[in-house]
Design a protein around this ligand. Sequence first.
Ligand SMILES: [Zn+2]
Length: 62
Amino acid sequence: MEKHRHCLNCGISIPPDETFCSERCKDEYIKKRKRVMRIQLITLFVIFVILVVLVGLKSHFL
Ligand SMILES: [Zn+2]
């Protein structure tokens, strides 16, 4: 079996020393990653705000 890797973005077979099949795929992958990271940051922030509000409400009513 020939050694090869798969493009991290589109999954097609590429030479073992490559990570992406093309610069375009690399750009797309980085953009996708950035979007996912932003969503994760926003989610964490929302959870943090909810926790702060809950803790604030709890101490208010106790
Ligand atoms: Zn690709």
